[in-house]
Design a protein around this ligand. Structure first.
Ligand SMILES: NC(=O)c1ccc[n+]([C@@H]2O[C@H](COP(=O)([O-])OP(=O)(O)OC[C@H]3O[C@@H](n4cnc5c(N)ncnc54)[C@H](OP(=O)(O)O)[C@@H]3O)[C@@H](O)[C@H]2O)c1
Length: 265
């Protein structure tokens, strides 16, 4: 029997990229899937791919930046399934703009989606998981949640904030039967740079060359799946760029030399 067989797995950001690829992996493992994002049509396409693999998959569209919608989606999902084994809190949006030019409303928007929406969802399901006596919360951060990076000030801040919240939560939950996993991607080939916000809050609509050279998304999903089965505390996923995490930690002077060479425009 597979680890996720008949387990209820809720994936946010399942309409695209890493979340969609993980949904397909989970479908192959016979999980009972709940798929979320804002876009009905793309969610339905992923749902169809999952059901073609023989899995049960329901869609629960909502906007994670809207607190009422987060509460409603959680209530609806928990009523529907009556259990929740794994929440993959993965929805997110990136940024491509200099801190000095970025409107404060853009910083707030990124924090609402990547941080407040994320933790609101966890808070909405946590009482249920505690009552259930088991559960697993995986949260997609980023290597730039471990260090700062040009053109990513708000994005990097939102991902740093996730570490603070979930490291604390993990310590509070140590005897509860609930596990917390960080999924920490480097560069994965998804549309994230197309949707990244510019200094005015518009989608930049450009595929970054670095993003296009990233790890193929289905490979990243297989790697994430293995880490989730092991209930790892952190799953680093990507290519050579992951070395930056260790260079920052152990050779900071070298790290800052590398980052200075990276284009700021
Ligand atoms: N790709 C990378 O290289 C990389 C690197 C580091 C971290 N990450 C992280 O990985 C996660 C997934 O990103 P991705 O690369 O798969 O990008 P993606 O293809 O752009 O997917 C982003 C997902 O987030 C959802 N989303 C965005 N805003 C939302 C909102 N307001 N409410 C609900 N859902 C929302 C999108 O769904 P809708 O459009 O349907 O709402 C979409 O399913 C993000 O947290 C991102 O920060 C990615």
């Amino acid at each position: 029997m597979h680890h996720f067989q008949d387990r209820v797995v809720w994936i946010t950001g399942a309409s695209s990229g890493i979340g969609a690829a993980l949904a397909i992996e989970m479908a192959g493992a016979d999980a009972r899937l709940a798929l979320s994002g804002r876009n009905h049509q793309t969610l339905e396409k992923i749902q169809q791919r999952c059901t073609r693999l023989g899995a049960s998959a329901q869609i629960f569209p909502f906007d994670i930046a809207q607190p009422d919608q987060v509460q409603e989606a959680a209530r609806h999902l928990l009523d529907h399934f009556g259990r929740l084994d794994l929440l993959v809190n993965n929805a997110g949006i990136s940024q491509r703009s200099l801190a000095q030019n970025t409107r404060l409303s853009v910083d707030r928007r990124i924090m609402e989606i990547n941080y407040f929406g994320n933790i609101a969802l966890t808070k909405a399901v946590l009482p249920f998981m505690l009552q259930q006596g088991h559960g697993h919360i995986a949260v997609t951060t980023s290597i730039v949640g471990r260090f700062g990076f040009p053109l990513r000030s708000a994005y990097s801040a939102s991902k740093h904030a996730l570490y603070g919240f979930y490291e604390s939560l993990r310590s509070e939950l140590s005897d509860s039967g609930i596990h917390v996993t960080f999924i920490t991607p480097g560069r994965i080939q998804t549309d994230i740079s197309l949707h990244a916000l510019n200094d005015q809050g518009d989608e930049q609509g450009v595929m970054d060359p670095g993003q296009a050279r990233g790890m193929p998304v289905d490979r990243s999903a297989r790697h994430i799946m293995k880490g989730l089965i092991k209930q790892k505390k952190e799953i680093l996923v990507g290519g050579r760029e992951l070395w930056m995490v260790f260079i920052y930690k152990f050779f900071p002077a070298w790290f800052y030399r590398i980052v200075r060479k990276i284009s700021h425009v």
